[in-house]
Design a protein. Structure first.
Length: 230
């Protein structure tokens, strides 16, 4: 048995257990192992979906082995597949099962169960809808300016007419503050600050601090201004 826990941001977690049993007589060894697995899964107190190739056909078509169904009932599990998954579509066997906790409202965990033929297996394909909405991708908000839309001639003229070229400030720090405020004012006019959202991958290392982002914007603005004066 292979298990996984599915966690959605706006839904209750669900444990999905995949089961495979080789063909053959249902033995007490199998039912004991299955019971032990369900015991462990119940300790999580999380809704369960158990599915897979159980290979527990009954003595007649569309029936399941009584020893297996006794285990299902013991743990309050409801079986959702009602169409044969191997052999004749009418008189074949239901070998592939989908089980859920029967205390869940109808359709909450599993719905739209269908069985389809395929070209790659002697078992039919079982499909269903699982009541766990997908987790939306993580996004980040970022700011940007449409620098390509700037009228370079007009931008350069505004730079030349600003206090940057007539100021008598001699202190480096004071001039840096002046440069910051004047370039930002001119940029706000020619390329207003915009905001957007984009997906953020877990390995995304492109995020900059506010200081680094601001320094990058000023460097771009400075380069645009120099190009306009050349």
């Amino acid at each position: 048995m292979l298990t996984a826990k599915l966690v959605g941001r706006k839904s209750t977690p669900v444990v999905v257990a995949s089961v495979y049993r080789p063909p053959g007589t249902v033995t007490s060894t199998f039912t004991d192992q299955l019971s032990n697995s369900f015991d462990q899964l119940q300790l999580t107190d999380i809704p369960l979906v158990a599915l897979g190739d159980f290979n527990v056909p009954g003595v007649t078509a569309r029936q399941l082995d009584r020893r297996a169904t006794d285990v299902f009932h013991q743990y309050g599990l409801q079986q959702h597949v009602t169409t044969p998954t191997r052999g004749d579509p009418v008189s074949g066997n239901i070998l592939d099962l989908i089980l859920t906790s029967d205390d869940q409202p109808s359709g909450q965990l599993v719905s739209e169960v269908t069985v389809h033929s395929n070209c790659f297996s002697d078992h039919r394909l079982v499909k269903c809808s699982l009541g766990v909405p997908p987790t939306p991708p993580a996004t980040v908000t970022y700011s940007y300016r449409s620098l390509r839309m700037i009228d370079i001639t007009s931008f350069g003229r505004d730079i030349l007419c600003s206090r940057l070229y007539v100021s008598s400030v001699a202190d480096v720090d004071e001039f840096a503050e002046l440069f910051d405020s004047k370039v930002k004012r001119i940029l706000d006019f020619h390329a207003p600050l915009c905001s957007g959202r984009r997906r953020s991958g877990k390995n995304d290392t492109r995020q900059l601090s506010d200081e680094a982002r601001r320094a990058k914007q000023l460097r771009v603005a400075w380069n645009v201004g120099i190009d306009a004066l050349v």
